[in-house]
Write a protein that binds this ligand. Structure first.
Ligand code: G6P
Length: 608
């Protein structure tokens, strides 16, 4: 979603800000802008890609400064236009500001400010915040920002500049992530560490309702009520090479093919075959509470929700503990009942998804033990949970999540085995499954070899605008994920559902040649899935089956078969999802779409 980079120091700010924005591009956006401060305030904005802004900046004279702020905007209030792009100023051009998030009471504030004679030139909530700060300014910008933030409701990560204090930035946050990188006589404020690490690895994350005043000589952090706070400075651990494309054409393809090694890293040091135990240092402190847990609630959004659904099946199937999975956006508002000894698990790649974070806080407030299954180290969800397990799959840049999904499922599988072994499972039984778990990366490698066959299957069907994805048991969430991947990047309408549910309505959709993808690998419900395939086939649907190697019988039923290695059923989602990821990838490429930056989507959804 929206991205922020701001710089104050001794380097030329223009190049640094553009480079920073490029590192944030993967988050998803539709316009960009920057402001440079060199005694004067100069603002350049462009609709579309950062490259458009870069071209405009190159044509603008005298953009030399050692201080500036930049932004990528993902439209929420007001269309995708240059005036609506950030940075925004108040009507007197005294205040300049970039903002991520949504000011929920902006309409009321705008009315009051208009009555006081302030004028507005955009449709954004951000301009209202800039104007409010301007209105409250009485000679101290830090105080004006604090006062304004006491008036607003909603979410914000902001950087503010005032022409009366031209060598100062004020940054603040509630909800959206914001970090301050500390260099040598320079500071970089950014919504994502990837825009900081090229310059410094020392940084701190702003906490909710915290404000920081930054000059070249130092910084001071406080709350919006002006109470002094001390930030926890940390070492950023990010290898910039991991965020480079290398020989791959797209990040999504790179990340799909990274999965075998990514999962090897996820498992490293966590599978103890001698003791038949899973070792999860991040939750060890709460081992007793986990064993006593009466119910697990897994909560997430998007792809992470599909991984969490698989977690629900795994916890009940392997660890025999009641589990439920729910959209975080629903859970947070439905007055959920949290019983004694309840555990909530927030599953999130970014660790910043607004709804997931809010659901987690709601469950914590009601007394649940909070666990995180998160990829980004030090992210807000990782910090807010009592304990957790990191995915360790490395930075995921492609908007359509792939390696984070298999990483999330891998961690949830380990969590289920961790619990099972502590509750009732013998070392022998547990070691047997763990041995199979260790082999999953090799099986993924094998599944990836079907790449060109998958491409040829997709080539035949990708002009079709409606697809179904069907599966039972563990394969139901896999079907949902297959459908989500396809619609996200190829813009084909796809629905995933339990194979049995099809008879209750969706079967009416099936017409001649409609692609119906069945996840039909060997498992407890294999025979029932075969019946569902027959039902679709007899109505003219085109069957694409994901099947277990050696299952020759399925060739008679399906029009196209994509084989995957034989894997124990609870571990199979990490393998059966691979052909679905590749199908979506090829469909998007063939249809000519921007695979890594699909329209309207954001990598990290930091507004609700
Ligand atoms: C967005 C992304 C999805 C992601 C979802 C949840 O919609 O485009 O790929 O699955 O957010 O994100 P999280 O970072 O919490 O896993």
């Amino acid at each position: 979603m929206c991205g922020i980079v701001a710089y104050i120091g001794h380097k030329p700010a223009k190049e640094l800000l553009i480079e920073g924005l490029k590192r944030l591009e993967y988050r998803g956006y539709d316009s960009a802008g920057l402001a440079l401060m060199n005694g004067d305030l100069q603002i350049v904005k462009a609709v579309g890609r950062v490259a458009n802004l870069e071209a405009k900046v190159a044509k603008t004279k005298n953009l030399h400064a050692h201080m500036g702020m930049a932004h990528t905007r993902w439209a929420t209030h007001g269309g995708v236009t240059e005036p609506n792009a950030h940075p925004h100023t108040d009507d007197k051009r005294k205040i300049c500001l970039v903002h991520n998030g949504i000011i929920e009471n902006y309409a009321t504030l705008k009315k009051v400010l208009s009555e006081r004679g302030r004028t507005f030139h955009t449709e954004t909530d951000t301009e209202v915040l800039a104007t409010l700060i301007g209105e409250l300014y009485e000679g101290d910008i830090e105080q004006a920002v604090q006062a304004a933030l006491r008036e607003v409701t909603g979410a914000y990560a902001i950087v503010v500049w005032c022409s009366d204090e031209p060598e100062t930035f004020i940054a603040a946050r509630k909800g959206g992530p914001l970090m301050v990188g500390i260099g040598n006589g320079e500071y970089i404020v950014a919504s994502d560490p990837s825009a900081i690490v090229a310059h410094t690895t020392q940084a701190f994350a702003l906490e909710d309702y915290n404000v920081v005043k930054i000059t070249r000589d130092g910084f001071r952090t406080s709350t919006i009520d002006n109470k002094s706070v001390s930030p926890k400075v940390m070492q950023l651990e990010m290898d910039l090479e991991e965020t480079e494309l290398g020989a791959f054409e797209h990040y999504m393809r790179k990340e799909i093919f990274e999965q075998p090694n990514a999962l090897r890293t996820t498992f490293r040091g966590r599978i103890d075959l001698n003791e038949g135990r899973i070792v999860l240092g991040g939750v060890a402190k709460f081992a007793k509470e986990l064993v006593k847990a009466r119910r697990f609630t897994l909560t997430a959004q998007g792809t992470a929700l599909h991984a969490a659904m698989i977690g629900e099946y795994l916890l009940e199937d392997l660890a025999k503990v009641p589990a439920e999975c729910e959209y975080a956006s629903e859970f947070r508002y439905r007055n959920p009942i949290i019983e004694e000894n309840a555990v909530v698990v927030a599953v999130s790649q970014s660790g910043e998804t607004a709804d997931t974070l809010a659901a987690l806080q709601e469950a914590k407030d009601r007394g649940a033990l909070a666990l995180g299954v998160v990829n980004v180290v030090g992210s807000t969800i990782a910090r807010e949970t009592d304990a957790g397990v990191y995915l360790r799959v490395g930075p995921e840049i492609g908007v359509a999540s792939t390696k984070a999904f298999t990483g999330q499922v891998a961690v949830l599988t380990m969590l289920a085995l961790y619990m099972a072994r502590r509750k009732f499972m013998s070392p022998y039984e547990s070691a047997q499954l763990m041995r199979e778990l260790e082999k999953v990366p090799d099986h993924i490698e094998r599944a990836l070899q079907a790449d060109s066959h998958i491409k040829s299957v997709v080539e035949k069907h990708c002009a079709k605008e409606n697809w179904l994805f069907l599966g039972r048991g563990y394969n139901y969430p896999v079907a949902l994920e297959g459908a989500l991947k396809l619609k996200e990047i190829s813009y084909i309408h796809a629905e995933g559902m339990p194979a049995a549910e099809m008879k209750h309505g969706p079967i009416a959709l099936i017409n001649d040649g409609m692609p119906c993808v069945f996840i039909a690998n060997k498992g407890r419900q294999y025979d029932k899935v075969m019946n569902n395939i027959e039902e679709v086939r007899s109505r003219g649907g085109h069957i694409i089956a994901i099947a277990t190697e050696g299952d020759d019988a399925i060739r008679d039923l399906a029009n196209d078969v994509i084989f995957v290695p034989d894997v124990p059923e609870p571990l199979s989602p990490m393998v059966t999802v691979i052909p679905l990821q590749l199908m979506a990838y090829h469909a998007a490429v063939i249809r000519g779409h921007d695979v890594d930056k699909p329209r309207n989507l954001a990598k990290s959804v930091t507004v609700e």
